[in-house]
Every structure is written in structure tokens, then in C-alpha cells.
Ligand binder design. Sequence first.
Ligand code: ZN
Length: 340
Amino acid sequence: MESTLRSCRRCLLPATVPGLTIAESGLCDICLVTPPEAELAQQRAEIRHELERIVATHRDVEPYACVVAFSGGKDSSYTLKLLVERFQLRCIAVTIDNGFLSKGTAENCKAVCGSLGVDHLMFTPNQQFVRKMYGISAVQEDMHAPAAIQRASSICNSCISLINTHILQKALELGAPLVAGGYLGGQLPRDAATMSIRPGQQARPRAALIKRFVRAFGDAARPYFSLGRSDADADREITVINPMLGFAVLEDEILHDIAQLGWKRPRDTGLTSTNCRLNDLGVYIHHRRHGFHAYAFEIADQLRHGLISREDATRKLNTLPEQTDIQWLADKIGVSTDVL
Ligand SMILES: [Zn+2]
């Protein structure tokens, strides 16, 4: 499927993004307020400085200073390498098996954790529940904030919420003060590079989130989205870090560096994911529903930061899954492609 929409000449965000205007100059609103490269570099330096400060206070925590959301894909593999080698943190990597992991992902997890000397946990949530969650997310997206839906498909957002909650649950259980994600710019706001949270004091927003997900996915959702905190956790502070936002690393460089750890690119995950086969279905549905690629914001951010070539970006944005590619995925989660 080819896309020939009018889009920003710098970041390629298309005019179909709600609320986005493309000026006469050919630049979108976001590019117009994006600072020049020197200032972006300065912002990244500030993020790295803040990361160093946070990490320095937790370096000696045992048994783990940091629980890492480790999908086994390229970005979280690189993030784990950064945390272990550059930041010298005691990490435990946690992978959620959603039933759609690429065949190579388990081996990639083993290779990367083995090379870095990191403990690894694989958590497989009840597959009946997970498929139901994906099936509902395929046809409905009002359980997520509209801003989140711009940055990723509804299916991915449900999965990300489950993963983020599980990582927090693990941090509470293991007494780790830090949790890390491998998110890139464009997948979340830049101010999400470091965030301090107190789960015990955020009972109200958490209850609202649980309510939304229980309403959408049924009572079985509760354990996957609640923190089940004890009184001892009430004052705990957990710092969420997304270190990639402080670094400008080319995709080729990431692939090169993790190849040294034994990571190999899976062949069955479509163009935009390096670990999950369901991703293509999310991309397909998101494009049909909204008229733009679910990765448009991530790719736009990488273009603005000079981290991807225009050619690669265009190729990613224009290569959309066909219905025949995603039919088997829709069948697996019990959704008819007629309703998508
Ligand atoms: Zn733009």
C-alpha cells in the first residue's frame, strides 16, 4: 500500500494527523518550534547529566538497582547495554511474552543478557486474557488517551500499559529504586526521560486507570494493571528513566553494537518492530482508522534529530502491511478484518 499524502518536508508527519498544520513553508507546527540541532544536543546533554546524577545515588543498591523493560528488540537491547556498560547499574531485565514474540526473540534475550552478565526474567501473562485484550483493542481505543493513540496503535498502547505496570510491580517486589524503558523520542514526550513517581501516593490515578481497563477488558484485567502495594510501599519513590532520550544514536549504530552482543534481526516481525509479530496488525489498523502510520511520530522525531535517513524513513512510512499479511494475526485474536 503506497501513501501519497501531503506531509511536512522536514519530518514527514502527514497532514492527516489531527490538529497538525503544515505551513506554506512546508514545515509542520512541531518542526516550526523544534530548536536547532545545537540546542537539541544541549537538551540531550542535560538529560545525560540528570541520568548520571540519578544513577550515582543508586549504583550500590542490591540486589538490583534497576528493573529494565526488555522486549528483546533492538532499542531495549541497546538501552540495557547503556545501563550496564556506561552507567554501571545492577540491572535485571524483564521480558513479557505476549504470545506473539518473534521466533528469534528468546534467543536474542538470552544472547544479550548473557553477553552483558544480566539476570533475566520472562513473564507470560495468561494468554486467554492477553488475546482478549488485543481483540478488544483492535476495535476500540477509547481506553487510551488521544495523545497516546497518536504515538502508537491501540493494540500497542494496551500492551505498553501492561508492561509498564508489570515493571513497576517487579520494582516494588524487588526493592529496586529505578525502572528503565527503551523508548525512543517520539514514542513519548521528551520530558519523560526521567520521572519520579510515588506509587503509594498515586492511588487515585491508578484506580482510574484500572477502572478504564476493567471496563474495557473485564475483571481479569485487574491484576495486570494494579500495583497491589502494601503499606510498606506507600512512601517508596521510584524513578522511571528512558535513557535513549539523552542519546543521539543512529539506527545502524544500534544494530552494529547489539550485533556484538549476539543479537540477530528477526525476519518475521514486519518493518517497524524487531521483536513482536503482532505489531503489523496494530500498524495496519491504525493506518486504516487514522490515515497515518502508527510510527509516524517516532520516525518524525528521528528525522528531526538526524537519526534516520530520509530514504529509510520514507521506506518505513510507505511500506504498510497488506490485509493478507495480517489476516492470521486478526484470526488469532478473534477479530474479523471486515470490521477493521
Ligand atoms: Zn515536521
